[in-house]
Design a protein around this ligand. Structure first.
Ligand code: BG6
Length: 490
């Protein structure tokens, strides 16, 4: 049996926000898949918690409906399904009005030895502190209990600290799992495998050989039903503070001593501390904000951001951000990291591109030599691509051409790639926090992001519009063109 399919210890997983969007789209499908592969031990339970007044049976029906919608295969009415639904329970708790807690305590009962209790908070971050406190008051936060916090942890450094203090007063740091689902993506873990499982990369992984790095997380979807949320966060807080900075950390960190979470977090922290601050003085040169206008995606017209809201509402948020980030460290000094993310871009495409320095002298006369690039594609198709110069084949003279060495994971490995939530939930149940964000990381990332937010506010930085279906606003291109470089798009 593959190691990942060995059943985890029996658990009670309590999902706050158990009837919410994340539970429906990600958590319950992930748990169903792991159960189907035999990874959930016999008597483990999954208890949904929300304000809705459901019975256990009504919750099972709700779960059946959402899984039918979100699984990419029909649910067979078989042994697996019976086993999965047999684990489900529901408890109505109104966290804001403090009701239903004792019923939840009754439902959980006394924790038997060896059973792991996990509280997954898929609610608004403002509730994290009070839920943790009440869990303690109710005697539910037992010695071995774990808590999972969905991103975003807070809205800025101050609110993140308040959450971390409140949750940390109840749960030890090793039992707090702050999720950034990008860390559960197969290709992101492959980044670690590639960097630290091969000796050829380390000697060139630095300012002497790498000209610059591009990290792009482009989405073709818009903000959908989340306009109000987006108006409070914008892409800077929603995407850069966590997903892009976490990728940056993994790319730029020094080799950790081991895969132990302390070792990895320490190295990531050094990267965050080395980020050069962006201030009112330089923010116009090194950052770009954009917001999508109406356009076409896949040949279909799509609306502008906020098109269906009240006409007189003044929209604030950016849906696109590009940043030239610099690290003041020996390894990376003068090697910029261009970060870019946006909604309603030309296609869903997340990748990290390392562009190497040109050869010091071309012996091929005027023939142009394209620099080597190493591209890690995170999605939609995971892969690694190394572009090398070779001779153009044939007798027509000595001409150089750039060719890719391609590794497509789906072609190479005939396995189903689990969704990142499947992997991360299993890591929580195994008690391994290596793929989760530490307290200091989250606060340090907010510190850098808060400065950018303040610089934008103080300098009234303009939000440039871009056509839905494009690669972002003109200034997004200028940001990198002006350094004599180009985005490596399709
Ligand atoms: C979430 C953001 O964290 O990540 C969303 O809140 C975004 O706005 C999503 O759409 C992107 O995740 P993925 O896995 O589809 O790239």
């Amino acid at each position: 049996m593959p190691a990942e399919f060995i059943p985890v210890s029996p658990f009670d997983l309590v999902i706050f926000g158990g009837t919410g969007d994340l539970a429906a789209r990600k958590l319950l499908p992930a748990l169903y898949h792991r159960d189907r592969d035999g990874q959930l031990s016999e008597d483990s339970r999954i208890i949904g918690v929300s304000r809705r007044d459901y019975s256990d049976g009504e919750y099972v029906q709700w779960v059946a409906d959402v899984l039918a919608e979100h699984l990419d295969e029909p649910i067979p009415d078989d042994e697996v399904w019976q086993r999965f639904t047999g684990r489900l329970g529901y408890q109505s708790v109104d966290v804001a009005n403090d009701t239903g807690w004792s019923d939840l305590a009754d439902k959980l009962g006394v924790e038997p030895d060896g059973r792991v209790r996990v509280f997954y908070l898929a609610t608004a971050a403002q509730l994290y502190g009070s839920i943790a406190r009440t869990l303690a008051d109710q005697g539910l936060a037992t010695e071995s209990a774990r808590i999972v916090l969905e991103k975003p942890v807070g809205f800025d450094e101050q609110s993140a600290r308040a959450i971390n203090d409140a949750v940390g007063a109840v749960f030890d740091e090793s039992r707090i799992f702050r999720i950034d689902h990008y860390l559960g993506k197969e290709a992101v873990q492959n980044l670690l495998a590639l960097r630290f499982g091969n000796s050829m990369f380390e000697p060139v992984w630095n300012r002497n050989h790498i000209d610059h790095v591009q990290i792009t997380v482009a989405e073709d979807i818009g903000v959908e039903e989340r306009l109000d949320f987006y108006e409070q966060t914008g892409a800077l807080r929603d995407m850069v503070q966590n997903h892009l900075l976490q990728l940056l950390c993994l790319v730029a960190m020094e080799p950790p001593a081991s895969m132990h979470y302390d070792d990895i977090r320490n190295e990531k922290m050094k990267v965050l501390r080395a980020l050069r601050p962006i201030t009112t003085e330089n923010c116009a040169d090194v950052t770009v904000r954009g917001r999508y206008a109406a356009g076409m995606i896949d040949g279909e017209p799509v609306d502008a951001y906020g098109a269906d809201t009240e006409a007189d509402r003044e929209l604030e948020a950016e849906t696109f951000v590009a940043i030239k980030a610099e690290l003041d460290s020996w390894r990376w000094r003068d090697t910029p990291f261009y970060l870019r993310t946006g909604k309603r871009m030309a296609q869903k495409s997340s990748k990290i591109v390392f562009q190497f320095k040109p050869v010091p002298h071309s012996i091929f006369g005027d023939h142009s030599l394209a620099p080597n690039t190493l591209t890690l594609t995170l999605q939609p198709e995971e892969g690694v691509n190394l572009k090398l110069m070779t001779k153009d084949p044939g007798p027509g003279g000595f001409h150089m051409t750039s060719v890719p060495l391609n590794l497509s994971f789906s072609d190479e490995f005939d396995v189903r790639y689990p969704d990142s939530y499947e992997r991360l939930l299993m890591e929580v149940l195994r008690g391994n926090p290596a793929l989760f964000m530490g307290r200091e990381e989250v606060e340090s990332a907010w510190q850098w992001i808060d400065q950018i937010g303040a610089a934008w506010r103080d300098s009234r930085q303009h939000t440039q519009s871009y056509l839905a279906g494009s690669w972002g606003p003109p200034d997004g291109f200028l940001l990198i063109d002006r350094d004599g470089r180009r985005w490596q798009d399709e």
